[in-house]
Design a protein around this ligand. Structure first.
Ligand SMILES: [Zn+2]
Length: 319
């Protein structure tokens, strides 16, 4: 009987699950919406277990990546803004009791970095930073081929670096965090403010006056067609990211900074500005030694990393 690991990416809106062999081959995948409790997570696990039986494969280990603050060592989800039912919850032991298979849990961005390390842009790289740009901004730091965790596994909260002393309110309770200035909602807010200021833009016509339909991919589409306001919104976001990257480059001297998340799909506009701004504020030698690149695994890095972490745990390797 062959063996597979089960990887789960438990996000605010969607749960993704995969069965992955030790060589990284994904043999089955299943996704559903997250819902308001653990029922859908159990449904995904049940479905994957059933499928492993159909394929005559034995699941050796489970890895669950979850948004928010996660106590990896004790298997407890401390707090997750989009998953309120997981506040101080023993998720690892709950999944273990349900499935009867050894389980490990970690923060979703740390799982994403592990995915990149084994199968993406981080392959063969000992020192890199993984940054996700989306509705929120997350980060994970890899040093000497291991996840840098800090004393309570809260390392890599790059989205909450303060860039403006009295900037917009952040979900973390502070003001002016990088996330409030450069995330998807920040890009949308920039355009909405422009509309309020009667700036010239094609986007109102595009959404037939319904401003709730304005989203980052639409803004990117119009920016590429030369809409000044949309281009400015993305440029502003990219400049903040470039500035933050210069901090990471000067502090950590990483070989690569890998950028994932939905916003990274707008790479043609964002990446040249990100690189230019990072160069402006970085020391010369660390900048020259750092490659700033888009994630190769896209939105799949988290679930692949979760399965990989399950495999490493099974082999007794701490990462
Ligand atoms: Zn914050």
């Amino acid at each position: 009987m062959g063996e597979v690991c089960l990887g789960i990416d438990l996000g605010g809106t969607k749960i993704k699950g995969i069965l992955m062999k030790a060589d990284g081959l994904i043999v089955y995948q299943y996704s559903t919406s997250t819902g308001n409790n653990l029922d859908n997570l159990f449904e995904v696990i049940e479905k994957l277990i059933q499928e492993s039986k159909n394929l005559s494969l034995n699941i050796c280990s489970i890895g669950v990546g979850c948004a928010g603050l996660i106590d990896h060592k004790n298997g407890i989800t401390i707090e997750s803004a989009n998953l309120p039912f997981l506040k101080r919850f023993p998720l690892r032991d709950t999944v273990y009791k349900f499935a009867g298979i050894p389980t490990t849990i970690d923060n979703d961005v740390k799982m994403g970095a592990i995915g990149e390390m084994f199968y993406g842009e981080g392959k063969g790289i000992e020192d890199f930073v993984f940054l996700t740009l989306g509705t929120g901004i997350g980060g994970a730091i890899i040093i000497n081929g291991k996840v840098y965790r800090g004393i309570s596994n809260h390392s890599g909260e790059i989205g909450h670096l303060n860039l403006q002393t009295s900037g917009p309110d952040c979900g973390c309770g502070k003001q002016g965090c990088y996330e409030t200035l450069a995330s998807g909602p920040a890009i949308v807010n920039y355009v909405l403010y422009g509309i309020q200021m009667k700036r010239d833009t094609m986007i109102l016509e595009k959404v037939a006056g319904n401003i709730s339909k304005i989203n980052p991919s639409l803004i990117a589409e119009l920016a590429e067609k030369g809409d000044r306001l949309c281009l400015e919104a993305l440029t502003e976001s990219a400049r903040y990211t470039g500035k933050v990257l210069s901090y990471l480059i000067n502090i950590l001297n990483p070989e690569k900074i890998i950028i994932g998340g939905g916003i990274s799909e707008v790479k043609n506009i964002l990446f040249p500005i990100i690189r230019e701004t990072a160069q402006l504020y970085s020391l010369v030698v660390p900048f020259e030694n750092c490659t700033i690149i888009k994630s190769g695994l896209g939105t799949e890095s988290g679930v692949i990393g979760a399965a990989q972490m399950a495999l490493l745990k099974y082999k007794g390797i701490e990462i």
